[in-house]
Structures are given as structure tokens and as C-alpha cells.
Design a protein around this ligand. Sequence first.
Ligand SMILES: [Fe+2]
Length: 469
Amino acid sequence: MAQSETTSSANFFLDGNFAPVAEERDALDMEVRGTIPKDLAGNFLRVGPNPVHIFDEAAYHTFDGDGMIHAIEFGDGLAHYRNRFIQTDGFKLEQERGDWIYKGMNSMMDTTPSRVPVGEPRNKNLANTAFAYHNNTLYATHEPSKPTAIRLPDLETIGAVDFEGRLKHPFTAHPKIDQKTGEMMTFGYAFQTPYVRYSVINASGELVHSTPITIEKPVFMHDFAVTEKYTLFLDFPITLDIERLMAGGPALDFEPEHGSRIGVMPRFGTDSDVRWFEVETGSVVHTANAWDEGDEIVLQASRSKTSDIASAGLDAENLQDTQGHLYQWRINLKTGAVDEQLLSEVKCDFTRINDSYACHKTRYVYAAVFNPTRPFTFDGVMKFDNDTETAITFDYGDNRFGGEAVFAPRLGAQAEDDGYLICFVQDERLGQSECLILDAQDIGAGPVATILVPYRVPYGFHAGWVGAA
Ligand SMILES: [Fe+2]
């Protein structure tokens, strides 16, 4: 099946299936191997960078690309593929000009005069990173920015949201939604004090609580965690340093001497309520989940011992040291002791759970399995069982690489893992993009359905699932 051509570039992030696509398309009646389950109803979503106007191709970084959503709408055993640009203000400005306006993170020190029009934001809200679905609204997220509301199922951009002017800080790509209370917890980090701010948005979409969180110096805090009672902040040592950047060094760097600590605060607490627990030094990009267990808090995340893959980028001297493992911290609030445990030897990230159980105890974690030699590349998917402490993996096969797999509950689901794992996979030898649907209770059996997408789906960042109402 013909797909749009990949292009080759000296820049890893513009080469092969990392290269962007130019067209927005729809596809129905796609070729399917196997059978799309009839009890799968809703929208599978995947967002990622898809740059249009690039200031400097050699300096381009994948974190700079304009957000594009690739989605498949499921119902009655049928599938409808769509891909759409996210029409952020910065994207529209560049479309109107027909050329670059924003330079990108690796070109911050470039002396080319700015093209950002007076009165427009100095930084582009890319909306390219992940999704959150709260109060019947789908958001595409980008951690330096405000969340961008997207309409389903047509993927039309509604626009950036500031919760009636109450959101005063950047909004993490990974807010946590407690489906039992309907609350959405979020935070943002910045180069300036307060380095971290945290907010709670209630079930009807009102921002009802906000507080600064004091940490010693700014760090790359991509994710956090929330339990039924507590919110957890990860002050880990990927530091942000403008002076280091001005001196020709990296803006982000692993500084082990900074140490690692987890801050624990009641959900509606303030800065002075935070208790900090020192832990073994390491890096975390993504948490899986956290929950309360008696006097203890359990946190599970993908953790690496040194710099993580996001901050190390392509320059990692030893790629495998930057690739995380599933790891657990058990924090005893009574004794102050923290017990740490490696849960699996499988190198993984893009940790996911059944979102209905977020902030509450979960038995299963799903994660993308790293390729051992090529950065930003995943060979398969893992399901970790906390009860048996074992991991099962499904490998996509030779020259086949996938992205984040998201859990979609079956209609009428009876158990935490009663549903499907869905992800896009690229067969690089055939140049074929596929959407795989795996039975989450038997991932080793391989896909129950493989949809051959007639257009190329580039590698991207996070996935999401919004079930049919
Ligand atoms: Fe992320």
C-alpha cells in the first residue's frame, strides 16, 4: 500500500519515519488483518512533533515540532483514521507568513533577529506532547504552555485554555485525573522563582486551588504523581541553568550532586505542608501511578540511574544508562523510611495504566520497551503485574518500531486489564504504518487486529484514549 515518502536528513529527528508529513487526511475502509473488536468504542489518539517551517534544519530538535494528532475513531468494529495539525497561535502565525517565526530550543543563542511580532507570545505553544481528558474536554499538552482544547472526533482546535484566567503557570504535559473525585491535578516548572507551581481543577473545570512549591534550583520536572490523599513532586537532578547555557553549555544537564528527593503534600496542601524524602539519585521522565497503602505511599515510575533519554538526547555516551527501568519507591509517612526497588530488568518508558484507576492502587503497568541501540525507538510493549512481579513483553518484530501503547477498556469491562492496548507501529522495511490492537489480558498472543494505515504516521510522543460516551 502506497504511503507518503520518507525523506532522508542528516538530522536524526527529520530522517526516515521521524520526518513530518505535510497533508491532513482521512481514511475509511482500511485493510485490516484480524478483526477490530466490536466492544472497542472511542478515539485512539497519538500526538507528536510535525514541523512545518524550520529555522535551522541542522539544529532542529524533536521537542520543537508543531503538534499533529493522528487518531483512529473506533465503533461497531469499524475504524476511521484522521490526522490534523493543532492550530495553535504560533502555528497560525507561521502559516500566515509562510516561513519560520520561532527559532527553536537549540537556536536560543542564535543571533538572528527575532521575527516574533510585537504583542505575540515569545515562545510557541506547540501542543505536541500528550493528552488529558477532563470535564468532557480533550486537551493537547505542552509543558511550557497552556493546554489546548481539541474537539472530538474531528480534531478541530478550539484553542488554549487558562481556566478563566486562574491558570498562572505552565501546565505539565502529564496532569493527573482522579476519576473518583473528577479532579485534575497539574503543575508547571519554570526558570524563574517560584520554580514550581501546582493547581487543582475541580470536576466542573474550575481552578480551585493553587500554590507555589519551593525547590532549591530549577529542574526538568516532566511528570509528577498523585494518590488519593497526596501529591508527589520529583526534585531530581536534571537541572535547568540559563547561565550554563550562556557559557556555551547545555540548558539541561544531569548534576548528581543535586541529589534526588520526593516531596509529599496533601492534595489541597500548600508549600509549607510539603515533606521532602531523600532517595537514591536517578532520573525519572514518566511516572506510572502512585497510591496510598496504610501509612505508606507507593510510587511507580520509569527510572534511570543517570541522565534520562529526554535530557541526554542523542548525545548519550552510553545509551543504555539513560534508558529507564520500572522502579518503585515505598515511602513510610510514619517512620520517614523510603524503600526502593527495581521492579523489572526490561528497559522501558512511556509508562501507562488503565486511566480509570489513576491515583488509586493499580495491579498493572504498561510501557514501551526501548531499542538497545537507537535512541527514541521502541521495539515492543511490556505489561508488568504487581501481584506476580513479572513482566510480559510483545515484540513488534524486525525493523518494526512502535510508540506509546495506551490502554482502552472494553465496553462493559469487568477488570482492571479488561480491554485493549493500542499503538501505532512502523514497519520500516515495508514503509507501512499500522495500528495494532492487542488484548491487554494476553499481549503475548499478538494483535487481535492490525490496521494498515494508508498514510505514513511518523513517530511521535504520547498517546491517549477517550472512550465513547
Ligand atoms: Fe511525557
